[in-house]
Ligand binder design. Sequence first.
Ligand code: UDP
Length: 235
Amino acid sequence: MDIIAEGHSKIIYQTPDNDRIEMYFKDTATAFHNIKRAKIIGKGQYVNKISAFLFQQLKTAGVDNHFIETIDDRRMLCLKTEVLPLRVIVRNSAAGSVCARFGIKEGTVFSEPVYEMNYKSETLDNPFLNEHMAVAFGFVTHDEMALISHIAHQANKVLTEVFNKCGISLVDFKLEFGRLSNGTLIIADEISPDTCRLVDKATGTHLDKDRFRHDMGDIINAYQTVLTRLNYGRL
Ligand code: UDP
């Protein structure tokens, strides 16, 4: 199959059906705009399985996304979309860059979810983007922006509840959006401990990529814990 795109952690293949792609999850981890990079054996399998589970939960709750089905340990079949050049970050409490940029204490719970966007460009350090810019630059219409906000809000509600049930706090996460050939916007890419901050409610332990970012170790154990708890829906 032809490769449509290859990133740090995934390869996207065109399937014989023009409307479908295959996503292959690699073991590469990157952080701090690709300055830090490592191979973490087995990570791709956890990211694939956790993403598949979360996409399925979203689908069941009526939040449309590109997931069709799991193919094997490292691959999933998805609808083909034209991915928008922007990321939506949803934050329930303060962590990572928002603490540094706004001087907010880590762990501060926001009175309502915070939504922010950035422009996907590593060479430009993924600069901040607001709705006016996203529309003026031709990425989306105002109506599409309203839909993106609505979907992000719904996804946050569903995912927060899913993680709550297994004793995990969803601190923040990143969403990407794609446009189907008929113009419909849906969630694309992945949703996993690589793209979410997940904290064990009982111990405060990070079960996400912060373990890699900040050399905390036990990355695979953490991802395994997330998958096990999701599968059993309990502590
Ligand atoms: N995130 C991501 N990809 C990015 C940037 C952020 O998946 O390119 C996720 C990140 O894992 C975290 C959330 O979005 O769950 C918020 O990240 P933040 O803006 O705090 O940046 P970071 O601290 O990760 O540099």
